[in-house]
Design a protein. Structure first.
Length: 184
């Protein structure tokens, strides 16, 4: 038996649901499994856009391709909320993102994809995701909304899976290179 909180708004008891669609993203109370499906859905949408744009952009300038890549692929809505069960799921979307980049810019052979992103002034998938997570985390932590503030100030917030994922993404350098602090 699961616990369902009793929330009253204007003297009416709100109905508890397992999921709710909002702006093209489904908010779910068991988000891990749903996030995996959502990530796979985003991969599919990227491939569809990639095929559509690849035929249109075959003879356009690098500047236009760069701008269209930023428009169509560099803002993956709600990626800062993803908490996948395994790294394999993230690798799927990273592969789809990199593959879209390779096809649009006609990069063939064993080139370093990170080097190609940097040469064109574009963010890699990991960089884009970290930026989105930092932006959302910053807005939540600095919010003056009483409901958000009460959630953030709650002791359990630091044990939340999404918060742990943000820390993993945003502070991986500190965690992986903590030996540097001894030298510096």
């Amino acid at each position: 038996m699961t616990y369902e909180p009793k929330i009253v708004l204007n003297s009416s008891l709100l109905r508890w649901v397992d999921s709710y669609p909002n702006l093209g993203y489904e908010i779910c109370n068991s988000f891990k499994k749903y996030d995996d499906n959502e990530i796979q859905r985003k991969c599919h949408h990227m491939k569809v856009r990639e095929n559509m744009l690849a035929s249109w952009l075959s003879k356009t300038s690098e500047t236009l391709k760069r701008q269209l890549f930023m428009t169509y692929f560099s803002s993956i809505y709600c990626c800062s909320l993803w908490v996948a069960e395994t790294q394999k799921i993230y690798n799927l979307v990273r592969f789809a993102y990199n593959n879209c980049f390779r096809i649009l810019f006609r990069i063939r052979g064993p080139h370093s994809i990170s080097h190609e992103f940097v040469n064109r002034g574009l963010n890699t998938f990991d960089c884009m995701r970290r930026r989105n997570c930092y932006s959302l985390c910053n807005r939540i932590m600095q919010s003056h909304n009483m409901i958000i503030s009460s959630l953030v100030d709650d002791v359990d917030f630091c044990f939340n899976l999404m918060y742990k994922e943000w820390n993993r993404l945003l502070f991986w350098l500190l965690c992986n290179f903590s030996w540097l602090t001894n030298i510096l």
